[in-house]
Design a protein around this ligand. Structure first.
Ligand SMILES: [Zn+2]
Length: 171
């Protein structure tokens, strides 16, 4: 079936005129595989959402995206409690999850669980404030950065949502 060209469709054009709608506007199709729903967005800001390794996507600035939001990610232990460190970049561990252990169960969220520490390999990947985990003469400096690390401040510089796909590292 061939659809009519609605731009040439008189009843619609008259209606548009009556509404005073000069511009045609643009439409973004909502794709639940790529776009967060309102409920998912809310959950990310609270307890987080379950995800799999293959759902994580590194952005151009090495931070992590889940659908169209920048997130952090961590694992849950057998009791469903947060375990280990949380990741906010595509460090080697995250690359392993995203590319090899694709079905590994993870949690994605906007804020880390209370008391959970940031992954130092992620800070190294981002060269966050000059963080360099590989250089021993920088160890004191790097230790201070980890201790003072504040995820809220981080996500003020790297906003959760919406994300720009081609961002270069800013630190
Ligand atoms: Zn990491």
């Amino acid at each position: 079936m061939k659809l009519p060209d609605f731009l040439q469709f008189d009843p619609f054009n008259q209606l548009r005129q009556q509404m005073g709608a000069e511009e045609l506007g643009d439409f973004v199709f909502f794709d639940p595989k790529r776009h967060l729903t309102g409920l998912e967005l809310l959950a990310l800001g609270k307890t987080g959402l379950p995800a799999r390794g293959e759902d994580l996507r590194p952005l151009g600035d090495y931070t992590l995206a889940y659908k169209n939001a920048r997130v952090l990610s961590f694992r849950l232990n057998a009791e469903g409690k947060p375990a280990g460190v949380y990741h906010l970049a595509d460090c080697l561990k995250v690359q392993q999850w995203a590319n090899v252990d694709k079905s590994i169960e993870l949690q994605v969220a906007f804020e880390p669980p209370q008391g959970m520490k940031v992954c130092q390999d992620c800070l190294h990947r981002l060269r966050y404030q000059g963080f360099d985990g590989a250089r021993s003469r920088h160890q004191d400096y790097s230790k201070r950065i980890v201790q003072a690390f504040d995820s809220q401040g981080f996500f003020e510089k790297y906003p959760h949502y919406p994300i720009e796909e081609s961002q270069a590292p800013i630190f």
